[in-house]
Design a protein around this ligand. Structure first.
Ligand SMILES: *Cc1c(COP(=O)(O)O)cnc(C)c1O
Length: 355
């Protein structure tokens, strides 16, 4: 039987005193959660313990061959002060999907969730309450064998760290400019695009840098085979409100199945916009946008929740959507989903988990 063992930190770091100090993923709380896996023994006890660096052998498998997976979810402070998580079981279940693809051991979703709650109870004072802020939760698993041979590790470490995070948009929801990437690809069918694994992100930073130099906030990836079909943006899934309805690319194996994507699909359907999952060619998007037939477009992900697209650039074609403003449906979906996450609106789908 695995146990949850708690060791509290003797010291406390200074907590941020304004939302402006937060940013994303820069500050970490006083505690972390660590669980090790040994071959033949499985997962050991879960340690909730003081936040501290790991000592690693330079020959550690994850440092060379990237056998690593992660998750991202948030803990929100409600107006009444209580803390709540949004669909945490879906994150740990998805982590097991990533684990299977990367030859890593699966975790016990309920036990890890229970331990996460114990960690959050210790570091609850770190959950900020300024508008648009939350505590970002980063579960991670790495292969820890010391070995330079290319194979699955025998030993693993699973850990969770917590980072208070600021509002994604400094001044409220705002449209972002997106660069359609037509040279580099993020993932291919048969690869690891559907898994939240480090290499996907390492492979994406060059395109992100080139787009940033041209003045764009994010890259929109096309499929890796024909360089034609819309996949997703950075760490967000894509939706287009077209004349036929709200359209999103299907989960074909190279796209990450976002929990925000799934939530938006349920909310949109409830608002009379059942989502059409179909392949969407980028030339079709531009042709429709030039005719005025793309009414709104937005990305969805845990960090930004909903991110409206302002300008879309593809080669030398450029379109501005919704007149560069936030679309009506986009705003409504954002307000509804953040309302549920913050406990301001009723949780009619059973998504919320009080800590
Ligand atoms: C995490 C992620 C998303 C969004 O997933 P959510 O569960 O909604 O946060 C989308 N695309 C990629 C590549 C991601 O890593």
């Amino acid at each position: 039987m695995q146990k949850i063992k708690i060791q509290t930190s003797a010291t406390q770091k200074a907590k941020p005193t304004s939302a402006g100090e937060l940013g994303f993923g820069k500050l970490f709380t006083d505690h972390m959660l660590v669980m090790d896996y040994a071959p033949g023994q499985g997962w050991g006890d879960i340690h909730v313990m003081p936040y501290a660096p790991f000592a690693m052998d330079p020959g550690c498998i994850v440092l060379h061959y990237a056998q690593t997976i992660f998750e991202g979810l948030k803990c929100y402070r409600r107006a009444d002060g209580a803390l709540q998580l949004f669909r945490p079981r879906d994150n740990f279940t998805r982590m097991n999907v990533s684990a299977r693809r990367m030859c890593m051991p699966e975790i016990d979703v309920e036990l890890v969730l229970e331990a996460l709650k114990a960690l959050l109870q210790l570091d609850g004072d770190w959950v900020p309450s300024w508008p648009g802020t939350s505590l970002y939760i980063r579960p991670t698993m790495i292969g820890t064998d010391t070995s330079l041979s290319v194979q699955a590790s025998g030993a693993y470490r699973f850990f969770i760290i917590l980072s208070p995070s600021g509002p994604y948009y400094a001044s409220g929801l705002a449209p972002v400019n997106i660069y359609v990437e037509d040279e580099y690809v993020r993932a291919v069918v048969g690869g690891v695009g559907f898994a939240k694994t480090g290499g996907n992100y390492a492979a994406s930073v060059l395109a992100g840098r080139v787009a940033a130099e041209k003045g764009f906030a994010q890259v929109l990836w096309l499929d890796g085979k024909e360089n034609r079909y819309v996949e997703e943006i950075g760490a967000m899934n894509m939706f287009f409100l077209m004349r036929e309805g709200l359209v999103t690319p299907p989960l074909n194996g190279s796209i990450l199945g976002g929990i925000t994507r799934d939530s938006i699909m349920a909310l949109a359907a409830g608002m009379g916009h059942p989502v059409i999952e179909r392949r969407l060619a980028i030339d079709e998007v531009f042709d429709a946008a030039e005719r005025g037939d793309v009414l709104e477009a937005f990305g969805t992900g845990t960090a930004a929740v909903v991110s409206p697209v302002g300008v879309l650039r593809w080669g030398d074609r450029q379109v501005t959507l919704s007149g560069g403003r936030i679309g009506v449906l986009t705003q409504r979906l954002y307000d509804t989903l953040t309302g549920i996450q913050l406990g301001r609106l009723p949780d009619t789908h059973g998504w919320v988990e009080v800590v």
